[in-house]
Design a protein around this ligand. Structure first.
Ligand code: PDD
Length: 277
């Protein structure tokens, strides 16, 4: 079995050696939050922003995490792995209950778990499916409770799609595991944070960089019709970078492949964060 360096409750070992109680609230209730933190050429990408979002997620659930320890563990995972490019998955759960109960004991010890894997950051073209956003009202929390995303993305897979674009009663939200961008010939549009989406770090980095380069970005509420008229659609995430959408299943679109605005923005992002790859 492949060796994957992991850490569980601050003990480092091979991922496959870790034993976890079935009464972990991460297991019974998804009472847990997580981060996916990328690194490229041994350098973490926007580490402070990931830690700050993890803090927000923990605060929302009243999880009291030792952030100093977590930071040290993430850095150690990367340095001991000797991997050049990859990401760390890090999860924080409320802990292990004596018996399954919705209402948790106040004296539970926080349970943490992380691992590091190699990842190839490469430009992708994604086929996506449009679907209703089935999720709850707190998508700003990076919770491990992802059934809406899992169901939609696996339905999309049956149609030979790689991702989804979700909408709530016609209002566009985000991808199943990514944020949504689209363009006309010169302006970049993206659903605003107030549309109940995850405040993606890649989204934020991209917006800042392309605005600095003089490109107009509009964050607002958009609908499916806006997407129909798009010249280019992209999805962003820590593992996908800025990936262009090649086709939308079940929606008539006329996308321009390798749109000049996509190429420009992708280049700006890659040069800043991914060594220009
Ligand atoms: N997912 N929206 C959702 C629902 C996501 O799950 C993700 C990332 C994003 C993009 O966020 P960021 O740019 O911070 O990675 C948006 C991670 C990669 C995952 O669950 O694997």
């Amino acid at each position: 079995m492949e060796k994957i360096l992991a850490v569980y409750n601050s003990r480092f070992s091979n991922l496959h050696e870790i034993k976890i109680s079935p009464l972990s609230r991460a297991y019974t209730f998804s009472d847990s939050v997580y981060e996916v933190i990328p690194f490229y050429n041994f350098e973490l990408i926007a580490f402070d922003k990931h830690i700050s979002r993890l803090r927000n997620s923990c605060n929302a659930l009243n999880l009291v995490l030792d952030f100093k320890k977590t930071t040290k563990e993430i850095l150690q995972l990367i340095s001991e792995s000797n991997l050049k490019n990859g990401y760390v998955y890090y999860q924080v759960s409320r802990g292990v209950d004596a018996i399954r109960s919705h209402i948790f004991n106040d004296n539970l010890s926080i349970e943490t778990f992380g691992y590091v894997v190699e990842h190839v950051f490469k430009s992708q073209k994604l086929k996506v499916m449009l679907c209703e956003d089935l999720r709850w009202k707190r998508c700003d929390i990076k919770s491990t409770s992802l059934l809406g995303n899992v169901m939609s993305m696996n339905n999309a897979k049956k149609k030979a799609c790689d991702e989804v674009i979700m909408h709530k009663e016609n209002i566009l939200t985000e991808g199943g595991a990514s944020n949504l961008f689209f363009t006309d010939d010169k302006t970049v549009f993206t659903p605003s944070i107030s549309t109940n989406i995850l405040p993606g770090i890649t989204r934020e980095l991209l917006i800042n960089e392309i605005k600095d380069a003089g490109i107009q970005v509009i964050e607002d509420e958009f609908n499916i019709n806006d997407l129909k008229n798009a010249e280019s659609i992209w999805l962003t995430s820590s593992t996908k970078g800025v990936a262009q959408v090649s086709d939308v299943f079940d929606l008539e679109v006329s996308l321009i492949e390798d749109h000049p605005l996509y190429l420009r923005c992708n280049k700006i992002f890659n040069e800043k964060f991914l060594g220009g790859c």
